[in-house]
Design a protein around this ligand. Sequence first.
Ligand code: 3PG
Length: 306
Amino acid sequence: MKVLVATEKPFAAEAVEGIRQEIESAGYELELLEKYSSKDELLAAVATADALIVRSDKVTADVIAAAPALKIVVRAGAGYDNVDLAAASERGIVVENTPGQNSNAVAELVFGLAVMAARNMLDGTSGSELKGKRLGIHAFGQVGRNVARIAKGFGMEVCALDPYCPDSAMTDAGVTPVHDLRSLYSDNRYVSLHIPATPETRGSVGYDLITLLPKGGVLINTARKEVIDEEGLARALADRPDIKYVADVAPDCAADLSARFGKQVLFTPKKMGAQTAEANINAGIAAARQVVAYLRDGIDRFRVNK
Ligand code: 3PG
């Protein structure tokens, strides 16, 4: 059986070696498709794949249709908005993610971006410190929890909003639960986004929420660009020159925002949150083990589709 690892943004070399070991020691064949530049390459490569491991690579209906032998897709990472779940389910293909495996890496980058904003993008002027500032975490999943842990080290006051998470999980972590979305934005100088991209969340953070941020507010987005209403973000930055937007997921209008708002915004050139050797090894090897567990033993513990 063939396991295809298709990563437009490749894993670190050590991660690939670990994946190879897991797959080959189970008696399967590994095929690597890295840094591919066209969908045709992916379509050709999946033609003979029994299993597929991806990162943010788009596994659309036509990719699934081009893979007649495909039995499982594992998204090595958290968000699976890049996989067409309905198309996979229709064919009985299992889709899994690897929850928690790259969350520390993403959480650390939140603070890289926060410090850049606090220090005026290192432009030589006097900035401010994170210590003593309030941080609101928008969604308290695996990344949000790591963000809370690190924020405590910085001496920040931390609260979080997450309708899917019991208050006790927050209070146990020393985090104040918040139940009103508007106060999450109005009461915190820093707000860090960790909501997934779903039909409900797409475009849900726009002008009304962003302009609630207090003076000097900073919105940090290491989640998905799709959750931002970009037109509303641009208007908010124009009306509120004191606020900043720092993101690991550059919006479609990144060039325009950078040109118009200069040091009010900062974007990474590619999605870099999970781009560490450790996260690649954790998520990549977990994905390989999950593939083997399913192909060999039918175990689908991390399945996200029905
Ligand atoms: C995730 O959902 O796990 C992160 O956004 C990481 O995405 P990446 O694997 O494309 O870096």
